[in-house]
Write a protein that binds this ligand. Structure first.
Ligand code: EPU
Length: 486
């Protein structure tokens, strides 16, 4: 073993197998290096959480050509993992994406006493969850603040354990995103709610069926209450429900666990509560947003890309809009091919609940609009502050004017490489796409946002011809020097 002390040099390549060692005064933590990393080391620095500092360096101009396998949907996997709380038998989930939000949910379940077993090798995307010995029905602030979807455990915990204590999520980069509709719905099912010290505490001996009409369509709200109602006494009718494929996927899992659900995927869902649910095996649907992101990247780089393991029927609104812009897409049962080389035509977009145009594709579509001929008006209807990427795109040469909930994009403008910063998951995806189109080398900071929801995006992109690499950087701090053990 070689011991390399930080000597204040500018840049060091840290080889795989090495360990990054924090100084003893901050705990002497060790972190293994799994692949070669190019780290900048400053004098008197310490390692801040390395991945938080990761950046992407992307050189634009290469067309994306080849095949990309789409991962399981993060937003279907998160409620499916929470559903395991509803039974004391193991729930086996296949096609779970390896992304940071899933790791956060694992931590959350383990903190409650669940056993979470990860598959390896060919079963690398399998997760088995056993909630036999749940001891701590709580989602602490530390986890909820990093992932709002942690609140999905609220309904299942009250339904199975009779008690839940879940931190209120607080503000979010894309909008206020309250969870008042989850809380109101639980009250309609007979739960007693107390809100204090930043936590929501819900209790009920046994939930009872009720009639819930959502004031507003909410995806995780529909999922949370659907889970709660499966173990309630009697029938629950929920109206104005979200119709997203992720809701349908959750209902399919719950049905396999013994729940009685009708109407998932329509705006009225009926649930006949049962005494007990049992274990089940379920395969998570493909990620429609990951697929859509790759489609737009392929279109803008003039590529020829085939997406496998995807579900084109879940991408209806996006495909229709892209065809309006002049894109050629060929859909088969579980694959999608996109080719482009033509001039794109501007088209307006308004985000809506499913089956409308998804808000989670708005940022990526905005990059497309910068490359289309004419003016596109993009209206964001779901979240009040989801245009943070617009300013970053302007820094890269785009002509975008934001007026409240509308962004006016005038194209076509060449994009030029710049240093840009991610603000949320989908905004990050838009910056990656813009960088693939831009001239020269773009540096994208705070890519931990993208790691929350895209599995190995840089490897997938590299595999189809993109020039992208991840670098870690260590920021200067007033502390003793870190060491590298090789
Ligand atoms: N809303 C309320 N009260 C509530 C719940 C929602 O006012 O109790 C409002 C929200 O503030 C928002 C609207 O209702 O204005 C819709 O929010 P929704 O509850 O549907 O969003 P969500 O369930 O928190 C999910 C996805 C998001 C996606 C939205 C909209 C998951 C884990 N998250 O969030 O995904 O943008 O639906 O489709 O399923 C992402 O993956 O990047 C992401 C943000």
């Amino acid at each position: 073993m070689k011991f390399v002390r930080n000597d204040g040099s500018k840049k060091t390549v840290v080889p795989p197998g090495a360990e990054l060692v924090l100084p003893p005064e901050i705990g002497g933590l060790k972190k293994p290096v799994t692949r070669s990393r190019n780290l900048r080391i400053f004098p008197d620095s310490l390692f801040i959480s390395e991945s938080l500092m990761d950046k992407f360096v992307i050189r634009g101009g290469n067309p994306l050509v080849g095949n990309v396998r789409i991962s399981g949907a993060k937003n279907a996997a998160l409620p499916a993992m929470a559903a395991a709380i509803l039974t004391d038998e193991p729930v086996i989930l296949e096609n779970i994406p390896d992304v940071r939000d899933i790791q956060t949910e694992r931590k959350l379940l383990v903190s409650m006493g669940a056993e979470v077993e990860l598959g390896y090798g060919r079963a690398a995307h399998r997760t088995t969850i056993s909630c036999k010995n749940l001891v701590n029905p709580e989602a602490a602030y530390e986890l909820v603040k990093t992932m709002r979807a942690s609140t999905l455990v609220l309904g299942p915990l009250v339904a199975r354990m009779g008690r839940a204590r879940v931190s209120q999520p607080g503000g979010c980069a894309i909008g206020a995103r309250p969870i008042d509709l989850h809380v109101k719905g639980l009250e309609r099912l007979g739960a007693t709610i107390r809100q204090e010290h930043g936590y929501i505490e819900a209790t009920a001996d046994r939930l009872r069926g009720g009639h819930i009409i959502f004031d507003k369509i909410t995806v995780t709200g529909t999922e949370d209450l659907m889970m709660a109602a499966t173990l309630a006494q009697g029938e629950t009718i929920m109206e104005n429900c979200a119709r997203e494929p992720e809701v349908v996927d959750l209902a399919a899992l719950l049905t396999r666990m013994g729940a009685k659900i009708e109407g998932a995927g329509t705006s009225t869902v009926r649930i006949h509560g049962v005494e007990k649910l049992h274990g089940a095996r379920h395969r998570i649907i493909p990620d429609r947003i990951e697929a859509g992101t790759f489609v737009i990247a392929a279109v803008l780089t003039g590529g020829d890309l085939t997406l496998t393991n995807c579900e084109p029927t879940h991408l209806g609104a996006l495909i229709q809009k892209l065809e309006e812009c002049g894109v050629k897409i060929t859909a088969a049962a579980d694959s999608l091919r996109v080719t482009n080389g033509h001039q794109l035509i501007a088209a307006d977009v308004t985000t809506e609940e499913y089956p409308g145009f998804p808000t989670d594709m708005q940022a990526q579509y905005m990059v497309l609009a910068t490359q289309a001929q004419g003016t596109s008006i993009i209206t964001e209807n779901i979240f009040e502050n989801r245009f943070m990427h617009a300013q970053e795109l302007v820094r890269m040469g785009a002509n975008i004017k934001v007026e409240g909930r509308r962004a006016i994009v005038r194209g076509k403008t060449p994009l030029s490489a710049a240093a840009v910063q991610c603000s949320d998951l989908r905004a990050s995806a838009s910056l990656v796409i813009a960088a693939l189109v831009a001239d020269e080398e773009t540096i994208i900071d705070r890519v931990y946002h993208i790691d929350r929801g895209y599995e190995r995006i840089e490897e997938k992109l590299k595999g189809v011809g993109a020039q992208i690499r991840r670098i870690g950087e260590i920021l200067p701090r007033r502390a003793a020097a870190p060491s590298v053990v090789a």
